[in-house]
Design a protein around this ligand. Structure first.
Ligand SMILES: [Zn+2]
Length: 99
């Protein structure tokens, strides 16, 4: 039983360490602003190669929008194109935190 559990525990520890170190290095971690098809802006956690809360097909993410409370295809938004008001609105709404 221990031989089955050990690799899982080690993998979980590695993932946590990688996520924490990446978060420290980039300041904002994997937090990214996205826009749903209805135009709502919100912040989500994007981990390269992993999707904990979204259904991902290639580069398209299908995720629950916390603003409109619906499921939608979401796209990353270049933060430099947003006004200060839009940035504040996007940061005020975060999908379900996993970390
Ligand atoms: Zn929405």
């Amino acid at each position: 039983m221990l031989s089955l559990l050990l690799p899982v525990v080690v993998l979980a520890i590695v993932i946590v360490v990688v996520v924490i170190s990446a978060r420290d290095r980039h300041g904002q971690g994997f937090e990214r602003i996205v826009r749903c098809r209805a135009g709502h802006l919100f912040t989500t956690t994007l981990v390269p190669g992993m999707s904990f809360k979204a259904v991902r097909l290639w580069n398209v993410r299908f995720e629950r929008c916390p603003v409109g409370r619906h499921w939608s295809i979401v796209e990353r938004v270049d933060e430099s194109t947003l006004s200060p008001e839009e940035l504040a609105e996007a940061r005020a709404h975060h999908d379900v935190r996993i970390l």
